[in-house]
Design a binder for this molecule. Structure first.
Ligand code: CAA
Length: 261
């Protein structure tokens, strides 16, 4: 597979793509060059028919400690505006394949926002989340104020974004920011994320992608439109071989073999 400077890519299972942020000396600070590589790797896995789900992780110490403060320190408004700074962070949200974040250690600022941009977050008990931008004279710029408000409501989001205080894996689980906190142990959260990715990849890819599109509609559309989107996608599945295979296999009391058609 391709060699990158700031990330590692791997295939722990033929149907699972794994991306590991790998800038240990900067606690995986999300510099522009790192993000270009991340987007390239995400798009390559998304375009690969054999891949059914993608896992995104960092190190034990840091998922990512934020956007790169040293890169931003002297940035001027005109440059930020004209270069559409951070606009390419939305690439991830337009992928068809599900992305699972496996978070250990710091997920701060842009690191928290990157995790929130994925479809499912699994956290290790050591994970620490936060939007500390207020402490350095700025505000979240990678979607944190919006995605946290959707996930945990206005009052909690205001408290976190205005005070800059971190929140624990346990709080994140209680509030529904993460789907679950896994057991202790080095590498455990990545292992569980890969297991979950493998399970998702064993389903009909068309159904998985339609299901993701339907759930996302709940965050992007008013309820009436979201319900209509869901119904249209549900109807669409009846045009697939996988739906015939899935329901046929149930009726014949056998396991389905999905061909993603
Ligand atoms: N950008 C650039 N470099 C960073 C960084 C960041 N966000 N976070 C950590 N680093 C670097 C440090 O500068 C340090 O580098 P040197 O060894 O060259 O000095 C190295 O990573 C190790 O960090 P520390 O020595 O600070 O490690 P620590 O264990 O003492 O502290 C920490 C860890 C609490 C995470 C601390 O590094 C920290 O507070 N980092 C910044 C967190 C932050 O403010 N993130 C938000 C950034 S703004 C943003 O993300 C905007 C947005 O919305 C997109």
């Amino acid at each position: 597979s391709k060699q990158y400077e700031f990330i590692l890519t791997d295939r722990p299972d033929p149907a699972v793509g794994l991306i590991t942020l790998n800038r240990p000396k900067a606690l995986n600070a999300l510099s522009s060059p790192l993000f270009l590589e991340l987007n390239e790797a995400l798009l390559a896995f998304d375009a690969d028919d054999a891949i059914g789900a993608i896992v995104l992780t960092g190190s034990e110490r840091a998922f990512a400690a934020g956007a790169d403060i040293k890169e931003m320190k002297d940035k001027q408004f005109a440059d930020a505006y004209k270069s559409r700074f951070l606009e390419n962070w939305t690439t991830l949200t337009a992928l068809r394949k599900p992305v699972i974040a496996a978070v250990s250690g710091y997920a701060l600022g842009g690191g928290c926002e990157l995790a929130l941009s994925t479809d499912i977050i699994l956290a290790s008990p050591t994970a620490t989340f936060g939007q500390p931008e207020i402490n350095i004279g700025t505000i979240p710029g990678g979607g944190g104020s919006q995605r946290l408000a959707h996930a945990i409501g206005k009052s909690r989001t205001m408290e976190l974004v205005l005070s800059g205080r971190n929140f624990s894996a346990q709080e994140a689980e209680r509030w529904g920011v993460v789907s679950r906190v896994v057991g202790e142990g080095e590498g455990q959260v990545v292992k569980e994320a890969i297991d979950l990715a493998r399970t998702i990849a064993s389903k009909s890819q068309i159904a998985v992608q339609a299901a993701k599109e339907a759930v996302n509609a709940a965050f992007e559309q008013p309820l009436y439109e979201g319900l209509r989107t869901e119904r249209r996608l549900f109807h669409m599945t009846f045009a697939t071989k996988d739906q015939k295979e899935g329901m046929g296999a149930f009726a014949e009391k056998r396991k389905p073999t999905f061909t993603h058609e």
